[in-house]
Ligand binder design. Structure first.
Ligand SMILES: *Cc1c(COP(=O)(O)O)cnc(C)c1O
Length: 223
């Protein structure tokens, strides 16, 4: 593996214009994140509230933080106003809590609805039918302090490239169906977050606008 800066450049050079890179910095310390920051990276992803709020205070204000992990409703308050995007909204209840906490804090929180298509049972997220139903029933109409910017999803954790591609196609086609047919009046619904270290090239071919890459930039995580 190269240096962090080199790794970021390799990923960047493989991303078409308009596809954003979120450097997933979970389990990496502030000094490591700063190396990426110093090479120009400004978007970072974290998956645990405690860890994120600790790092947040020690890093520059112009970082755009994405929360990408499972979020418990009782912890929402701690991250609202600090995160640029919550990518992992996996239940309606969580969405309404984020809306309420954002309203109280006087901010608007941008977020992505997490879709579960991977064939692992442990992954969080809405099923395709649940998510469509959410939009068909216009359940977003009463939101006052959140903006639904798109969807996030993960492919099955397998080696089979065709299966990974199928998962990304499902995520992308669900997004298109919502955007074009179910809720065409939604504005700013234009993000499709998919692709990690092992599969981001496939994700980009299948329509990703935002990749979340950790180990290919920072090396393996020490859990
Ligand atoms: C950890 C994580 C990533 C990054 O995974 P890598 O394989 O290290 O690139 C991306 N997305 C989510 C939701 C994650 O939890």
């Amino acid at each position: 593996m190269g240096t962090i800066a080199e790794n970021i450049n390799i990923v960047r050079s493989g991303l078409p214009q308009g596809v954003e890179l979120c450097a997933v910095s979970k389990f990496h310390d502030v000094d490591t994140i700063r190396q990426a920051y110093d090479s120009g990276q400004r978007c970072f992803g974290e998956s645990r509230v405690q860890e994120f709020v600790k790092k947040f205070d020690h890093l520059p204000d112009d970082i755009s933080w994405h929360f990408i992990g499972h979020l418990q409703t009782n912890k929402v308050k701690q991250i609202v106003g600090k995160v640029a995007l919550i990518e992992s909204v996996d239940t309606e209840r969580l969405l309404y809590v984020i809306d309420e906490e954002s309203r109280k804090a006087g901010v608007v929180t941008r977020l992505l609805m997490q879709l579960h298509v991977a064939r692992e049972e442990t992954k969080f997220g809405f099923s395709i039918d649940e998510l469509k139903e959410f939009f068909i029933n216009r359940k977003y109409e009463n939101l006052v302090a959140t903006h639904i910017c798109g969807v996030m999803g993960m492919a099955s954790n397998v080696d089979d490239e065709e299966r990974i591609r199928e998962d990304f196609r499902l995520i992308y086609s669900t997004y298109r169906e919502i955007k074009e047919h179910i809720s065409p009046e939604l504005c700013g619904f234009d993000m499709v977050s998919m692709g990690m270290s092992g599969d981001w090239r496939i994700a980009v071919e299948e329509g990703s606008t935002l990749v979340r890459i950790g180990s290919a930039i920072f090396g393996p995580r020490q859990y």
